[in-house]
Design a protein around this ligand. Structure first.
Ligand SMILES: Nc1ncnc2c1ncn2[C@@H]1O[C@H](COP(=O)(O)OP(=O)(O)OP(=O)(O)O)[C@@H](O)[C@H]1O
Ligand SMILES: [Mg+2]
Length: 273
């Protein structure tokens, strides 16, 4: 791209995505002091992930911290879901390491999770399952568990759905149930794979507000997204394309030059409209 065309198209970038545009740089590691002070929740070192001979994540070095909201941004197939699944412990690095610190419970809201839709479960049952990590399968479900389930339902605005069958809900309603289940887990690490998928605007705003509250509670909150507007609201951004292209504070990473390296300039223009 020529200098002239870069200048012209830069005008289209919202203000909060323009920061640092004159001094593009790739941050291989985040050296932001506030970030460094937060203690590590998960540390990936040279972590690779392969399915058979297909490597889908390559030499990932990231420290996810407690009390921080991190967005993972990248195009289809760039490895966002694979990274979140690895963070959740569902798959181990084929090379390199992942270590968790002060993380007893991890909640993962998967991108497409329709597995339970056929089961004869009420919404309340699903939220109660979110408490199993605390109560176990045999311990009595106590008053505090009940309160947290009711609160999680309220937080995702599904209180009136509690007695409905999961399979009879709309896709967006089921998604909200899954997100409420994650909130009920009171996890130290909350992983949300494209939480905005299938949600209306009000629910989307709601989940972002709740993610912020989880962060304030001290959880390490990580979400995958295609939406630059949403990523811009987070503390840190990881720009992923099988390997880490850039990582650091949102204002430094969400930069036209870096984004176009990952998305290509044509797709980036579409994304910025
Ligand atoms: N179970 C699997 N077996 C083989 N390959 C897989 C498996 N899961 C994912 N992959 C491959 O890993 C790569 C990364 O996929 P992943 O789902 O992590 O991408 P993504 O960034 O989440 O994409 P999207 O934006 O479409 O959700 C893709 O090439 C995909 O085909
Ligand atoms: Mg995905």
């Amino acid at each position: 791209m020529t200098e002239t065309s870069t200048e012209t198209t830069t005008e289209a970038i919202p203000d909060h995505l323009q920061a640092g545009r004159d001094e593009p740089h790739v941050l291989e590691a985040c050296h932001d002091s506030e970030h460094e002070q937060r203690h590590a929740a998960a540390v990936l070192e040279e972590a690779c992930l392969a399915f058979g001979t297909l490597e889908v994540l390559h030499q990932i070095n990231i420290t996810f911290r407690h009390g921080a909201l991190t967005a993972v941004v990248g195009p289809n197939g760039s490895g966002k879901t694979s990274l979140l699944r690895m963070l959740a412990g569902f798959c181990a690095p084929s090379v390199g390491t992942i270590c968790w610190h002060d993380v007893k419970r991890i909640a993962l809201a998967e991108q497409a999770d329709e597995r339970a839709a056929w089961m004869p479960l009420r919404v309340r049952d699903v939220l109660v399952m979110g408490r199993y990590g605390h109560s176990g399968l045999v311990k009595r479900f106590d008053r505090r568990d009940k309160e947290i389930v009711a609160e999680a339902a309220e937080r995702m605005d599904i209180s009136r759905l509690l007695n409905r069958q999961l399979g009879q809900l709309s896709v967006g309603q089921r998604r909200r149930v899954r997100l409420a289940m994650c909130l009920a887990q009171e996890a130290q690490m909350l992983l949300l794979d494209e939480p905005e998928g299938g949600l209306d605007i009000a629910s989307n705003q709601r989940i972002f507000a709740e993610m912020e509250k989880e962060k304030q509670r001290g959880a390490a909150v990580v979400f995958a997204t295609h939406k630059l507007e949403e990523a811009a609201k987070s503390d840190y951004v990881v720009l992923l394309n099988k390997g880490v292209v850039a990582q650091g504070p949102a204002t430094e990473v969400l930069h036209r030059k870096q984004l176009s390296r990952v998305f290509g300039s044509e797709m980036l223009e579409e994304m910025l409209v």
